[in-house]
Design a protein around this ligand. Structure first.
Ligand code: IDP
Ligand code: MG
Length: 151
Protein backbone atom coordinates (compact mmCIF):
# COMPACT_ATOMS: atom_id res chain seq x y z
CA UNK A 1 0.00 0.00 0.00
CA UNK A 2 1.13 3.47 -0.86
CA UNK A 3 1.29 6.36 1.58
CA UNK A 4 -0.81 9.21 0.23
CA UNK A 5 -2.18 12.61 1.13
CA UNK A 6 -5.73 13.61 0.32
CA UNK A 7 -7.79 16.77 0.63
CA UNK A 8 -10.92 16.49 2.77
CA UNK A 9 -13.52 19.11 3.59
CA UNK A 10 -16.46 19.16 5.97
CA UNK A 11 -18.96 21.14 3.90
CA UNK A 12 -21.22 23.92 5.25
CA UNK A 13 -24.05 21.56 6.23
CA UNK A 14 -21.62 19.43 8.24
CA UNK A 15 -20.38 22.52 10.09
CA UNK A 16 -23.90 23.88 10.70
CA UNK A 17 -25.18 20.52 11.93
CA UNK A 18 -22.35 20.10 14.44
CA UNK A 19 -20.80 17.11 12.68
CA UNK A 20 -17.20 18.39 12.42
CA UNK A 21 -15.83 16.59 15.49
CA UNK A 22 -17.62 13.32 14.72
CA UNK A 23 -16.35 13.27 11.14
CA UNK A 24 -12.74 14.08 12.07
CA UNK A 25 -12.95 11.46 14.82
CA UNK A 26 -13.84 8.74 12.32
CA UNK A 27 -10.79 9.54 10.20
CA UNK A 28 -8.50 9.72 13.25
CA UNK A 29 -9.79 6.43 14.66
CA UNK A 30 -9.18 4.72 11.31
CA UNK A 31 -5.51 5.75 11.54
CA UNK A 32 -5.43 8.66 9.13
CA UNK A 33 -3.09 11.42 10.26
CA UNK A 34 -4.20 15.06 10.18
CA UNK A 35 -1.35 17.03 8.59
CA UNK A 36 -3.30 20.25 7.96
CA UNK A 37 -6.57 21.64 9.30
CA UNK A 38 -8.42 24.98 9.13
CA UNK A 39 -11.84 26.59 9.05
CA UNK A 40 -12.44 28.84 6.04
CA UNK A 41 -15.22 31.02 4.69
CA UNK A 42 -14.78 30.08 1.05
CA UNK A 43 -14.70 32.73 -1.68
CA UNK A 44 -16.70 32.22 -4.86
CA UNK A 45 -13.42 32.13 -6.80
CA UNK A 46 -12.00 29.31 -4.66
CA UNK A 47 -15.25 27.33 -4.84
CA UNK A 48 -15.35 27.72 -8.63
CA UNK A 49 -11.75 26.58 -8.97
CA UNK A 50 -12.33 23.64 -6.64
CA UNK A 51 -15.34 22.47 -8.67
CA UNK A 52 -13.84 23.58 -12.02
CA UNK A 53 -14.17 20.11 -13.56
CA UNK A 54 -17.95 20.41 -13.18
CA UNK A 55 -18.23 23.82 -14.87
CA UNK A 56 -21.16 23.81 -17.31
CA UNK A 57 -23.03 21.01 -15.52
CA UNK A 58 -26.49 21.69 -14.10
CA UNK A 59 -25.33 21.35 -10.49
CA UNK A 60 -22.23 23.61 -10.81
CA UNK A 61 -23.83 26.90 -9.73
CA UNK A 62 -25.93 25.46 -6.88
CA UNK A 63 -22.87 23.56 -5.63
CA UNK A 64 -20.73 26.72 -5.60
CA UNK A 65 -23.55 28.53 -3.77
CA UNK A 66 -23.73 25.69 -1.24
CA UNK A 67 -19.98 25.67 -0.56
CA UNK A 68 -19.82 29.45 0.04
CA UNK A 69 -23.00 29.55 2.17
CA UNK A 70 -21.24 29.01 5.54
CA UNK A 71 -17.69 28.16 6.72
CA UNK A 72 -16.14 24.82 5.88
CA UNK A 73 -13.44 22.82 7.64
CA UNK A 74 -10.63 21.92 5.25
CA UNK A 75 -7.94 19.36 6.00
CA UNK A 76 -5.19 17.23 4.55
CA UNK A 77 -5.15 13.62 5.74
CA UNK A 78 -2.24 11.24 5.32
CA UNK A 79 -2.15 7.47 5.38
CA UNK A 80 -1.87 4.27 3.39
CA UNK A 81 -4.29 4.35 0.45
CA UNK A 82 -5.69 7.54 1.99
CA UNK A 83 -7.45 8.71 -1.20
CA UNK A 84 -9.60 5.61 -1.74
CA UNK A 85 -9.95 5.00 1.99
CA UNK A 86 -11.52 8.43 2.54
CA UNK A 87 -13.82 7.95 -0.47
CA UNK A 88 -14.99 4.63 0.99
CA UNK A 89 -15.52 6.16 4.42
CA UNK A 90 -17.53 9.04 2.83
CA UNK A 91 -19.82 6.76 0.83
CA UNK A 92 -21.51 7.42 -2.51
CA UNK A 93 -22.05 11.01 -3.73
CA UNK A 94 -25.80 10.75 -3.15
CA UNK A 95 -26.39 10.08 0.56
CA UNK A 96 -29.63 8.31 -0.42
CA UNK A 97 -27.49 5.62 -2.12
CA UNK A 98 -24.62 5.63 0.39
CA UNK A 99 -24.19 2.61 2.66
CA UNK A 100 -24.97 2.82 6.35
CA UNK A 101 -21.69 3.11 8.18
CA UNK A 102 -20.37 5.67 5.71
CA UNK A 103 -20.43 9.36 6.60
CA UNK A 104 -22.91 10.29 3.87
CA UNK A 105 -24.95 7.14 4.52
CA UNK A 106 -25.19 7.85 8.24
CA UNK A 107 -25.63 11.62 8.23
CA UNK A 108 -27.17 12.77 4.94
CA UNK A 109 -30.29 12.49 2.80
CA UNK A 110 -29.83 14.72 -0.27
CA UNK A 111 -27.16 14.84 -2.98
CA UNK A 112 -26.85 18.63 -2.76
CA UNK A 113 -26.22 18.39 1.01
CA UNK A 114 -23.73 15.57 1.22
CA UNK A 115 -21.66 16.83 4.16
CA UNK A 116 -18.15 15.96 3.10
CA UNK A 117 -15.68 16.13 0.22
CA UNK A 118 -12.64 13.96 -0.49
CA UNK A 119 -10.26 14.00 -3.46
CA UNK A 120 -11.11 11.35 -6.05
CA UNK A 121 -7.60 10.48 -7.33
CA UNK A 122 -3.92 11.30 -6.96
CA UNK A 123 -3.90 14.14 -9.52
CA UNK A 124 -7.01 15.67 -7.94
CA UNK A 125 -5.50 15.33 -4.45
CA UNK A 126 -2.34 17.15 -5.53
CA UNK A 127 -4.36 19.91 -7.22
CA UNK A 128 -6.75 20.35 -4.29
CA UNK A 129 -4.06 20.33 -1.57
CA UNK A 130 -2.19 23.08 -3.47
CA UNK A 131 -5.40 25.01 -4.04
CA UNK A 132 -6.47 25.04 -0.37
CA UNK A 133 -3.20 25.05 1.60
CA UNK A 134 0.12 26.89 1.53
CA UNK A 135 3.11 24.55 2.02
CA UNK A 136 3.81 26.08 5.47
CA UNK A 137 0.28 25.16 6.61
CA UNK A 138 1.10 21.45 6.24
CA UNK A 139 2.95 19.70 9.09
CA UNK A 140 5.30 16.75 8.66
CA UNK A 141 5.44 14.73 11.86
CA UNK A 142 5.31 11.18 13.21
CA UNK A 143 2.36 10.08 15.33
CA UNK A 144 3.27 7.88 18.31
CA UNK A 145 0.85 5.12 17.27
CA UNK A 146 2.19 4.73 13.74
CA UNK A 147 4.25 1.61 14.44
CA UNK A 148 1.16 -0.08 15.92
CA UNK A 149 -1.06 0.80 12.99
CA UNK A 150 1.00 -0.84 10.27
CA UNK A 151 1.50 -4.58 9.91
P1 IDP B 1 -18.14 13.67 -5.22
O1 IDP B 1 -18.24 14.82 -4.25
O2 IDP B 1 -18.64 12.39 -4.61
O3 IDP B 1 -16.77 13.53 -5.82
P2 IDP B 1 -19.02 14.79 -7.77
O4 IDP B 1 -19.74 14.03 -8.82
O5 IDP B 1 -17.57 15.13 -8.03
O6 IDP B 1 -19.16 13.98 -6.40
O7 IDP B 1 -19.84 16.13 -7.50
C1 IDP B 1 -19.29 17.16 -6.73
C2 IDP B 1 -20.33 17.70 -5.79
O8 IDP B 1 -21.35 18.38 -6.52
C3 IDP B 1 -21.08 16.64 -4.98
O9 IDP B 1 -20.40 16.22 -3.81
C4 IDP B 1 -22.36 17.39 -4.62
O10 IDP B 1 -22.12 18.32 -3.55
C5 IDP B 1 -22.60 18.18 -5.90
N1 IDP B 1 -23.48 17.45 -6.82
C6 IDP B 1 -23.11 16.49 -7.70
N2 IDP B 1 -24.15 16.03 -8.41
C7 IDP B 1 -25.21 16.73 -7.97
C8 IDP B 1 -26.61 16.73 -8.33
O11 IDP B 1 -27.08 15.99 -9.18
N3 IDP B 1 -27.39 17.63 -7.64
C9 IDP B 1 -26.93 18.47 -6.69
N4 IDP B 1 -25.61 18.50 -6.34
C10 IDP B 1 -24.78 17.64 -6.96
MG1 MG C 1 -15.70 14.66 -7.22
Amino acid sequence: MEKQRTFVMVKPDGVQRGLVGGIINRFEKKGLKIVALKMISVSKELAERHYGVHKGKSFFKPTVKYIISSPVVAMVLEGYNAIDLVRTMMGKTNPADASSGSIRGDFGQFIGRNIVHGSDGSDTAEFEIKLWFKPEEISNYTRIDEEWLVE
